[in-house]
Design a protein around this ligand. Structure first.
Ligand SMILES: CC(C)(COP(=O)(O)OP(=O)(O)OC[C@H]1O[C@@H](n2cnc3c(N)ncnc32)[C@H](O)[C@@H]1OP(=O)(O)O)[C@@H](O)C(=O)NCCC(=O)NCCS
Length: 184
């Protein structure tokens, strides 16, 4: 008897480069209270968001140039949040990462999957060697996600930003190419 072919299950979490038409979505997500609870997301106009996304040329990432890249995280085909990667120094292979999920998609294990997928791409196909992330000390969910995927806590950034009128301490995390273990 021939073994039955089993169709591969669709990946629940996928990433796609953000495009100009995602500006409204990003503007909507940015004003959600849970998204801004631990990070100051200042007001950005739609034209500015559109312009920023229009300049999001992902081919540059793989050619070792460019200043900012954004992806939309999708959960079962639905837009769920976004990830931003900012290379701060191409010569030394440094970049910073930021991420957020819209409220209904939080606490469902989506961010670790999405970030792992992105890091696999970044460490597999670009010359970036060290990715940093910062998060408010009180942002327990974000800290757990970073630690689960192999980021190491390297320090405390005192009074790092102003959130609702108060200076807030952040932790600095980083992952090096050699720390990264591709997960599910
Ligand atoms: C923080 C965030 C990225 C976490 O991603 P997520 O996909 O929701 O996280 P997970 O569902 O994988 O949860 C990871 C762990 O954190 C915990 N957690 C998640 N959100 C939490 C919260 N708000 N408070 C306390 N713990 C939380 C989960 O219970 C889980 O714990 P466990 O590993 O012990 O079971 C997401 O909630 C989010 O986008 N929040 C708003 C924006 C933001 O804070 N971005 C990060 C800025 S640095």
């Amino acid at each position: 008897m021939q073994p039955r072919e089993v169709a591969a299950a669709p990946q629940p979490v996928t990433l796609r480069p953000a495009r100009e038409g995602d500006a409204e979505l990003l503007a909507f997500w940015r004003q959600e209270p849970s998204v801004g609870r631990y990070q100051p997301l200042g007001p950005v106009t739609l034209p500015r968001l559109r312009a920023e996304l229009a300049g999001n040329n992902h081919r540059d990432l793989f050619r070792g140039r460019g200043e900012k890249f954004q992806w939309i995280v999708e959960h079962r085909g639905q837009p769920a949040g976004w990830i931003t990667l900012v290379p701060t120094n191409w010569e030394h292979g440094l970049a910073e990462i930021g991420y957020a999920l819209s409220t209904p998609f939080q606490r469902r294990g989506i961010a670790p999957l999405a970030l792992r997928r992105l890091l696999a791409e970044v460490f597999g196909r670009t010359s970036l060697e060290r990715i940093e992330a910062r998060c408010a000390v009180a942002n327990v969910g974000s800290r757990k996600v970073l630690e689960a995927i192999g980021f190491r806590r390297e320090g405390l950034l005192r009074g790092y930003f102003v959130l609702r009128g108060r200076r807030v301490d952040n932790y600095l995390y980083a992952i090096l190419r050699g720390d990264f273990v591709a997960g599910p």
